[in-house]
Design a protein around this ligand. Structure first.
Ligand SMILES: Cc1cc2nc3c(=O)[nH]c(=O)nc-3n(C[C@H](O)[C@H](O)[C@H](O)COP(=O)(O)OP(=O)(O)OC[C@H]3O[C@@H](n4cnc5c(N)ncnc54)[C@H](O)[C@@H]3O)c2cc1C
Length: 482
């Protein structure tokens, strides 16, 4: 783990535990009466779970420094994994209360007082509603791929439900939370909820308004391969996006609806005047409707985001592209040309058929690089094909890495991977099995809901387990501290 990632992981852990730690401190300071340990566990689980929910908003707030440091893959995975942890903790939260173990009969006045569930309190109702919304939120995200729900509709529902969880959860916490009755703890909850709300408002209100004041203009829209379009936009105002090669941006064409923007990797390198190019493959509503837009129409950009770059300390780089996953590499190669890069660069570029492949060398000017080699690979070749034939999986990779142009650098190079999920899994797994250290393999996913079976994805899940376990350890220590 790099220092930056370790820093963010530590900060995340601290924020996750903050309400509970402040609660412990404030309870001691005010001499708050202790409850049975099960009740304290229940409160602790609820506090960690809700803190995780609030931190999720921040992760998705499209804060450029955050996505620029961690990359979009890591942010999305963290969001998805921690949302699952939050659901688990919050589901357990009500069932730990000693109330369930009490002898049958009406809830005693003192228990009700301790749990703050007296009839005048709405806290219990908002808690149940918040949990229900959270369950629907997470379940619909996990099963989105298997349902026919259009992405935009799902996203609208996702953001509305998230807001409901925020409001209902905060009400429940402040009204029913025993520790939240202490001023310091309430202040922490307000601060975390404020941060979460600001992140939401930023994505759905502030950024769209800002984009309206900084529109782009479509300069070029032309076909450059089967179902792939080159789109070029330029800022209407003097100030355009400042991006690094390999980054992506959220794009809107001809409208400013906040929930209808799509992420696309930028395919050019930074140029004076802020011109931005994309290579877009037809996939669904937005991408198939590209041709309905015309030169001169307005476009809106939120970005740049992400981090997918040639590491400064790489001695050589092997890029593995599947299909439209070639786009960030076009950008990196264009930038390499501008920087007069001298390190060995290899691009293994696979697709089903050659008609679906873009002309990477023409687009990037990579022929000017002193040590660059393109290895195209197609599944269906004909007699005129001079590249590799096959699928870019473990076998295809072995074939490509054995090629005389790649073999000398393959084991010492940094490997950058972008393409469809099965290809990425296969390449990452094969590279690590070959002995390439995972820290020298970098990936960018075009789909957020990736299951990830490769060693890299598993490593990420280990960090998740580690942080989840650490948060529960924090709970145990806080209880033992008394
Ligand atoms: C970081 C990143 C970079 C990408 N770069 C490129 C690129 O350079 N070129 C390219 O052709 N494609 C790229 N994609 C994929 C592209 O975003 C989708 O193909 C596109 O959004 C599909 O939109 P649609 O309305 O045409 O299809 P839909 O049918 O609406 O969506 C098809 C699938 O695309 C994904 N998707 C759709 N909308 C969004 C959204 N707003 N946010 C996240 N995912 C969404 C979903 O998984 C969805 O199931 C990238 C994706 C990501 C996450």
């Amino acid at each position: 783990m790099t220092r930056q990632k370790a820093f963010w992981a530590a900060l995340y852990l601290l924020l996750m535990l903050l309400p509970m730690l402040v609660g412990e401190w404030a309870a001691r300071a005010s001499g708050l009466e202790r409850r049975p340990w099960l009740d304290e566990w229940a409160s602790g689980l609820g506090m960690i779970g809700f803190a995780l929910v609030l931190l999720s908003f921040f992760l998705l707030g499209r804060f450029k420094p955050l996505s620029g440091w961690l990359g979009s893959d890591l942010l999305m995975q963290t969001h998805q994994l921690f949302a699952r942890t939050a659901v688990l903790l919050l589901l357990l939260h009500p069932f730990f209360y000693s109330l369930w173990h009490a002898p049958r009969g009406p809830v005693s006045a003192s228990t009700a007082e301790v749990l703050r569930i007296d009839g005048s309190s709405w806290g219990l109702i908002t808690g149940v509603l918040a949990l229900g919304c959270l369950l629907v939120l997470v379940a619909s995200a996990i099963w989105r791929q298997r349902s026919d729900t259009p992405y935009e509709r799902w996203r609208l529902m996702h953001s509305a439900l998230a807001l409901a969880v925020l409001g209902l959860g905060l009400h429940h916490t402040l009204v029913s939370g025993r520790y939240a009755q202490l001023g310091a703890v309430a202040a922490v909850w307000w601060a975390l909820a404020g941060l979460a709300l600001l992140s939401w408002v930023r994505v759905y209100l502030v950024r769209p308004l800002w984009q309206g004041a900084h529109p782009y203009r479509i300069e070029k829209l032309e076909r450059c391969a089967d179902r792939i379009w080159l789109l070029e936009i330029a800022p209407r105002s003097p100030e355009g996006a400042h991006f690094r090669a390999g980054q992506f941006a959220w794009l809107k064409l001809g409208h400013r609806w906040p929930h209808r923007d799509n992420p696309f990797s930028i395919s050019n390198a930074p140029v004076a005047g802020g011109r931005v190019q994309f290579l877009i493959k037809e996939a669904g509503d937005m991408t198939r409707g590209l041709t309905q837009h015309a030169v001169g129409e307005s476009a809106y950009l939120d970005g740049p985001h992400g981090r997918f770059e040639i590491p400064a300390d790489a001695t050589a780089v092997v890029m593995h592209a599947g299909g439209i996953g070639v786009v960030p590499f076009v950008s990196l190669l264009t930038d390499a040309v501008a920087r007069q890069e001298r390190r060995p660069l290899r691009l293994i570029y696979a697709d089903k058929h050659r008609d679906q492949m873009v002309d990477v060398v023409a687009l990037s000017g990579a022929s000017a690089l002193p040590d660059f080699q393109l290895l195209p690979m197609v599944e269906q070749s004909d007699a005129a094909w001079e590249g590799l034939t096959g699928r870019l999986d473990a076998n295809g990779l072995a074939q490509a890495l054995a090629h005389p142009a790649v073999a000398p650098v393959a084991d010492t190079a940094c490997h950058l991977v972008c393409g469809p999920e099965p290809m990425m899994d296969a390449i990452e797994t094969a590279l690590v099995a070959r002995g390439v250290p995972p820290v020298r393999v970098f990936s960018e996913h075009f789909k957020y809901d990736f299951s990830g079976q490769s060693p890299l994805a598993k490593r990420m899940r280990h960090v998740w387990w580690g942080l989840s376990a650490a948060s529960l350890l924090g709970l145990v220590l806080a209880l033992a501290w008394r």
